[in-house]
Write a protein that binds this ligand. Structure first.
Ligand SMILES: NC(=O)C1=CN([C@@H]2O[C@H](COP(=O)(O)OP(=O)(O)OC[C@H]3O[C@@H](n4cnc5c(N)ncnc54)[C@H](O)[C@@H]3O)[C@@H](O)[C@H]2O)C=CC1
Ligand SMILES: O=C(O)[C@@H]1CCC=N1
Length: 271
């Protein structure tokens, strides 16, 4: 069968996207090949998902007929380019989707001359189909390429299209955001334990408070400030907690975290 999808880098994000694309039957197992240098990862991905695997990016590139997803660390980009450069351009060239933080469309287009490119920033909730992905499109993209990229990321969650100048901010917010939320869940659970709750109960309460609040805001479209007002009774418990968060600079810390991550994304593009 024709190989339609090639994945360069079968790590955390590569596997997250791969698993959902197969589960949603966007691609058949026999249509996918993963290129990954770690033997242990190759055999894991082959056994778990049944996909073909290789450690040769050049060989993979020459087999793929539709889409290549680039999911290596940004620092590995130049090594990958060296491995595939003499296979470029293939006619018709497969679409390349890069999920590399910080690496611009211009850098990618210079690295892969003649290849149609989409730059995307997904996040780890993609693993469970609850991802948030922003995409931006390179020059010379055809409608079919746009359709392919949208279909791929809709299979792992929601998709928004932005202009490229916003991709670093996207990376700082939704790309890196799962880590901030995970820290918050952990800290809430710790607070529960400090207040006397058993660890397992504290974790369950923390997790479902975050999950439920996000669901409530998403489904009712209520402004977060209005929800906060609904929870805070005059002279009650919640305003005592909110006051402490404000004293510790909670909201400012989150804003600065997003800005610092966005700035780091910007830096990573310059090398
Ligand atoms: N982890 C996250 O939350 C997110 C990561 N990203 C981006 O996704 C990319 C991958 O990140 P992760 O999956 O977290 O990293 P990872 O380290 O889990 O996966 C990268 C994989 O690439 C493989 N690899 C190394 N050299 C290679 C080569 N020459 N050819 C093919 N594969 C090679 C590694 O063995 C590894 O399995 C990064 O560029 C990152 O910026 C984007 C959004 C979210
Ligand atoms: O930390 C990183 O560089 C990657 C990009 C977005 C999430 N993780």
């Amino acid at each position: 069968m024709t190989i339609k999808l090639g994945l360069i880098g079968g790590g955390v994000m590569g596997e997250a996207i791969l698993s959902r694309l197969l589960a949603r039957k966007i691609y058949q197992v026999s249509e996918v090949i993963v290129s990954e240098p770690q033997e242990a990862r190759r055999s894991f991905l082959h056994q778990r998902y049944g996909v073909s695997v290789t450690n040769d990016n050049g060989q993979m590139w020459s087999q793929v007929r539709e889409t290549v997803i680039l999911a290596v660390k940004p620092q590995i980009l130049s090594a990958v380019v060296e491995e595939v450069v003499d296979k470029l351009p293939m006619e018709p060239s497969p679409l390349m989707i890069s999920i590399l933080a910080g690496v611009s469309l211009k850098q990618l287009e210079n690295s892969f001359p003649g290849v149609s490119i989409v730059r995307a920033m997904p996040n780890t909730p993609a693993t469970v189909g609850a991802g948030m992905t922003a995409i931006c499109c390179g020059d010379h993209l055809q409608p079919i390429h746009h359709h392919i990229a949208t279909t791929i990321f809709q299979a792992v969650g929601e998709v928004v299209e932005v202009c490229e100048s916003l991709m670093d901010a996207v990376t700082g917010l939704s790309g890196s955001g799962p880590a901030y939320v995970a820290l918050m869940i952990e800290a809430l659970a710790d607070g529960g334990v400090a207040s006397g709750l058993p660890r397992a109960v504290a974790k369950q309460l923390a997790l479902h408070t975050v999950l439920g609040t996000a669901k409530l805001i998403a489904e009712t479209n209520i402004h977060p400030a209005e929800l906060k007002d609904q929870v805070t009774s005059p002279g009650g418990t919640t305003i005592a907690g909110v006051r402490e968060l404000e004293r510790a600079g909670f909201r400012s810390a989150l804003m600065e975290a997003v800005k610092a991550a966005a700035e780091r994304s910007r830096e990573m593009g310059v090398y």
